[in-house]
Design a protein around this ligand. Structure first.
Ligand SMILES: O=P(O)(O)OC[C@H]1O[C@H](OP(=O)(O)OP(=O)(O)O)[C@H](O)[C@@H]1O
Ligand SMILES: O=c1cc[nH]c(=O)[nH]1
Ligand SMILES: [Mg+2]
Length: 212
């Protein structure tokens, strides 16, 4: 997996506020939304475009527009929903599919409880959004699901990633000829004994939407 850690003072500033345990849910949601917009700029660097000509008031100009089929954005519920609006703001013509996954907090294995995606993803570029890449079990299962439906190019946007999760992804997709990219605001130190990212930001879903 090709990993890009976005080094930018504004990203670092917003991420620090996001990590702060005193940050309340409304502020956490706003910061997550703002961070996605900044990450999306980098994450869409490979988005497919096609050449077009437009008439300016002065002359013809060569330019590009997004190629069809348009990209598919897939938030991993629940926490990934906190990143959806920021992503579609930048890619308003993208389609949106949904994957509901929850990590069993005893076994740390991901379980899928909802899927609402196009059946055929052949030739589609997909942007998966989920704030946390911890053990990597959730993201690996999500990408396997997308590959099984034919997706041929997947970029994941995560606010935070752990080295263990990146290693898991590299092992799970070793030898895959389909590109997988990760764009993240930070690569943290490690996971703790409960599978939480250290220093991390705690439980992203709970901080966005409250404890359920
Ligand atoms: O890399 P992993 O070890 O698989 O963990 C990461 C997953 O855990 C969190 O979701 P969670 O399972 O808490 O569900 P939620 O979004 O409903 O809170 C997070 O949003 C990721 O989906
Ligand atoms: O640190 C972590 C790990 C998994 N899921 C979270 O929400 N936070
Ligand atoms: Mg959670």
């Amino acid at each position: 997996m090709e990993t890009l850690v976005v080094e930018h003072p504004l990203v670092a500033h917003k991420l620090t506020a996001l990590r702060d345990a005193r940050t309340d849910s409304p502020t956490f949601r706003r910061l997550a939304d703002e961070l996605v917009t900044l990450l999306a700029y980098e994450a869409t660097r490979h988005v497919r475009v096609t050449g077009v000509t437009v008439e300016t008031p002065v002359a013809k100009a060569r330019g590009v527009r997004l190629a069809q089929p348009y990209p598919l954005v897939v938030p991993i519920l629940r926490a990934g929903l906190g990143m959806l609006d920021g992503m579609t703001r930048l890619l308003p013509t993208a389609e949106v599919g949904f994957l509901g996954m929850i990590r069993n907090e005893e076994t740390l294995k991901a379980e899928t409880y909802a899927t609402r995606l196009p059946d055929d993803l052949s030739g589609r570029q997909v942007y998966v959004v989920d704030p946390m890449l911890a053990t990597g079990g959730t993201l690996a299962a999500a990408i396997r699901f997308l590959f099984d439906r034919g997706a041929d190019d997947v970029t994941a946007l995560c606010l935070l990633a752990a080295p263990e999760g990146i290693a898991h992804m590299d092992e799970a997709f070793a030898g895959s000829d389909r590109p997988i990219r990760l764009v993240t605001a930070a690569l943290d130190e490690r996971l703790n004994e409960h599978g939480y990212i250290v220093p991390g930001l705690g439980d992203a879903g709970d901080r966005l939407y409250g404890v359920v």
